[in-house]
Design a protein. Sequence first.
Length: 660
Amino acid sequence: MHNNTRFAADRRLDIVCLGRFGVDFYAQQIGARLEDVTSFAKYLGGSSANTAFGCARLGLRAGLISRVGDDAMGRFLTETIAREGCDVSHVGIDASRLTAAVVLGIEDKETFPLIFLRENCADMAIGDAEIDERYIAQSRALLITGTHFSTEYIAGISNRALDHAHAHDVRTVLDIDYRPVLWGLTKRGDGATRYIASDTVTAHLQRMLPRFDLVIGTIEEFNIAGGSDDIMRSLAEVRRHTKAVLVVKRGPMGCVVIDGAIPASLDAAFNGEGVTVEVLNVLGAGDAFSAGFLSGWVRGEDYDACVRYANGCGALVVSRHGCAPAMPTRIELDYFIANAERIPRPDRDATLTRLHRVTAPRTPRDEVLAFAFDHRNQFFKLAQQAGAHESRIPKLKQLFVSAVADVDRHAGMKGRIGLLCDDRYGHDALNEATGRGWWIGRPVELPGSNPLVFDRGRSIGTTLIGWPPEHVAKCLVQYHPDEAIGNRLEQEAQIRALYDAVQASGHELLLEIVPPKALPRERDTVYRALKRLYNLGVHPEWWKLEAMDAGQWEGIDALIAERDPYCRGVLILGQSASVDSLEQAFRDARGSATCRGFAVGRTIFEAPARQWLSGEIDDAVLVQTVRASFEALIDAWQRVRAPLKTEVGSETTFHGIHSR
């Protein structure tokens, strides 16, 4: 079925969404009454924001018009959707209202209790500054959801936005998004009720219908718009008020697209076949459907493609926890559509889960230049040797953070600086480092353990629950592919447990592979160790490896390119080597496409830490000395990695590391 919609060319944005923008607090105990839930996951939410988020994740140039409170929840929302590439220049900050919120539960496949906490909330107070005519004129389409016609004030704002759209040849979209509680038709705590007939709401929506080019809704939502409990009568009444393309969502049965006269039945219309999956959570699936449909619609793709994307997105989100974070990327969606028949449980498909994790936008880390002071036994021994009490070590690690901050501030290392720090002696140091945008690695292994033992016990997943999401789980494993079978299997079981835990928690993983010195070491030992772990389905975001020659790096590059093109990279470890030795190691790795930096510790801290613990130097000298050593390593890295500039005719070619 051909998409005849005409879109303006040369617009900066593909779609702008206006409407709800709030925090979703999702119950983590599936099957429990909301009364009995004990913990919640915090996600971006709100129908318009979910749709904008999904559009951006699918590659559209999306923008959002809304408001948030001047509070931490509002900042969470704007930062989260901006990371997806969504323009937030017209998300206002309301100093007198709080950010909207919703509390949601999942009792069973049919029961999804929710409470809207939207009393006088920020997104219902969108003002003229947010609906800037020049901004709307930069888009090819404008979407508004039904909630933003539910009060006299916000309906006036939405209509002015529509005026701007019509004045500048911007296509208009209505997602009916009918929530009776938000129209004042139920008691305030009843957000779960999806349909209540209301002549007032019907009349209000029908006044709006002529203003739209595309209308999206469920059967119940078209019934409220058409004023009947018979879908065909409702659609006929809707058609009497608008010439818009109508998209009717039918859940697992797919959807219907009507561009013209209303047929005798839904089955007689153009139908997009649904995708059958096991349902976990229907909340947010409609927003995913809209994002999928719009991703094809605004590109002028035919309706068979639009509904394929829409039904695929909806199926993926109903199988997952949450709304916005469950939205697929285009790579993930294409994989699912091609393999949907054999994936009844998308949430349990390993390939799909990995694509969902690694193809979504991530904080860019083309380089990581890290100071490693996550050592525990070494610092204890240093304190003993210096005659200092163990209680001084936490202060020492806080001073190291000060040194890293000085390097970051004075060396222009934005986004590239990093550190490794433990929580046994470095808990306060970790707190001070967190939130600065640094790469932060945090060890989970019991120092020296072989086979691998986790520092806080076998239940590594419960340990990760308390970690900030930006922390990278670092695990040093004394692993050799040829070690005794019993020991190797235990090591691999622990590594797999850690890998599964970070998949659930969302933390990135760094595996530091150091073959035990007691076993024979060949040139391909590390290569085979990594290959074995890949064979087991372990795909860490980061590897940390010893220095290698150029030939060995070439092998590692080829392995990672074949097994995990989404790998973030390899960091070189130091092992107390001198700066000159490390510079040579950097030089050997110069041609590597996967080496992204270093994580070096004792080379930087060993001498000044011993002096500080012995009372030979004060805090200021320690910070200055550590900073100088760290900067010397960074300088060595940058000298080696500086691209070779070659003039070729009138063109300039740069040789050196490329970023992915």
